[in-house]
Design a protein around this ligand. Structure first.
Ligand code: NIG
Ligand code: FE
Length: 409
């Protein structure tokens, strides 16, 4: 099946080469794809001769981008924490709320109490709405189960969703989110459980591609993280780190040292941390919705980019620090709070987000051989898109060569 989309006003190919700002624009462009893969991309006037198309789409002179990739979410959780939102607005900090047993611990209780079907339906609803935003790939962390059985429950939900709805799901094991209440008095026991039981169970069942950890005074120390992540690497998982979110805890240095695929958050990253990540090709993931909701100073993206760090932008969707799954919002905030230009932000939700998920061989850019995974946006260019912020800007999404979403007029 050979198909074509013509009349693309502005096409951002988002190839890996160049700087954060290079999104490889083509005007009056077309994309040809065969089955699930891109066959040709270029100016419409140069479409190879002799091709017969089974279907033709018209982009109506609009903007076309690779399908957006949300490379950091905590999708499966029970309940919500709207009262903590009010507490923070009254002056309590995110960490103070965590210390009194709220925060992640509260969501762990609610998640354990929720059935698999209930959580799965909730996730399915989120994914459907993310799809309408033009998101076609979502990384999903466990981390609210915190026992072998409960963590497997969350990862199994992700596996089923990956098979039964159209978006690509990338599962991450975050059993080291915090030490759960029942192990507070003996954290060593929980670390042993992570190492000897949980990680092997996850890997045996092939339920995760990544192992992530939260490095923070209320969660895990850098030394504990090193021990746990070393085991994860031995078992075949790739590494991600929640690093330097509420203080400089050397999380970025550890991420660089262990050749993590990404280091995420980075509000308090040191100059040394930035250089180490860049030297070791670790992608930095900024999460401006989380900075906003925890009422912290957002990452100064220019400081990181100037040191040649590649930046991805994601939502961090979770019920505490980032209760929105709107990647379009995260991109707009990455501009207004972090100082990225729209083109730089777009690279952060396409090819660099694919690199943060180790999927850049098939996703994140529009080039021959990659998956036909692209969206039409109701704008003339990326500057207009992220400047004129409004609902429903995605007109159509194609995933693996097939239309999975079309805006109703
Ligand atoms: O990425 N920082 C750790 N984990 C999440 C917050 C999770 C929660 O508050 O429930 C984050 O911000
Ligand atoms: Fe997170």
């Amino acid at each position: 099946m050979m198909k074509v989309i013509k009349n693309i006003g502005c096409l951002a190919q988002c190839k890996p080469d160049g700087t954060q700002a290079d999104i490889h624009l083509l005007h009056k462009a077309a994309i040809v794809w065969q089955d699930d893969k891109i066959y040709w991309v270029g100016p419409q006037s140069q479409i190879p001769e002799g091709l017969a198309f089974d279907e033709e789409l018209d982009a109506d002179n609009k903007l076309v981008l690779p399908g957006l990739i949300d490379c950091h979410t905590h999708l499966a959780f029970g309940g919500w924490r709207q009262d903590e939102f009010e507490e923070r607005l009254r002056g309590k900090s995110y960490l103070e709320i965590a210390e009194r047993g709220g925060g992640i611990q509260a969501t762990v209780q609610a998640t354990r109490n929720a059935s698999k079907a209930e959580l799965s339906n909730k996730c399915r609803g989120f994914l459907e709405q993310m799809g309408r935003l033009g998101v076609t790939t979502v990384e999903c962390k466990s981390g609210y189960g915190l026992s072998t059985e409960q963590e497997l429950k969350l990862l199994e939900i992700y596996r089923e969703l990956g098979q039964t709805q159209p978006l690509t799901i990338v599962p991450t094991f975050l059993g080291a989110h915090i030490v759960p209440q029942e192990y507070k008095k003996n954290r060593r026991l929980y670390i042993d459980l992570l190492i000897n039981e949980m990680l092997p169970a996850v890997c045996e069942r092939n339920l995760a591609r990544f192992c992530d950890i939260f490095i923070e005074d209320t969660a895990f120390s850098t030394e504990e993280a090193r021990e746990i992540l070393n085991v994860a690497v031995k078992l075949g998982l790739k590494i991600k780190v929640h690093a330097d979110q509420f203080g400089d805890n050397s999380g970025s240095l550890l991420a660089a040292d262990l050749h993590a695929v990404s280091a995420d958050h980075l509000e308090f990253i040191s100059d040394g941390g930035i250089s180490c990540l860049a030297q070791n090709s670790v992608v930095g993931v900024i999460l401006p919705i989380a900075s906003l909701y925890t009422r912290q100073k957002a990452v100064d993206a220019r400081r990181l980019i100037d040191k040649k760090l590649k930046l991805a932008v994601a939502t961090d969707f979770n019920p505490g620090s980032a209760p929105s799954f709107d990647l379009y919002l995260a991109l707009m905030l990455a501009c207004n709070l972090c100082g990225l230009t729209p083109a730089e932000a777009v690279k952060g939700a396409t090819i660099y987000a694919a690199e943060a998920l180790d999927l850049s061989d098939r996703l994140g850019s529009l080039e021959p051989g990659k998956l036909a995974d692209f969206i039409i946006i109701d704008s003339a260019d990326v500057n207009h898109w992220l400047y004129h912020f409004r609902p429903d800007t995605c007109l159509l999404a194609v995933k693996n060569g097939k239309i999975i979403y079309q805006r109703q007029e």
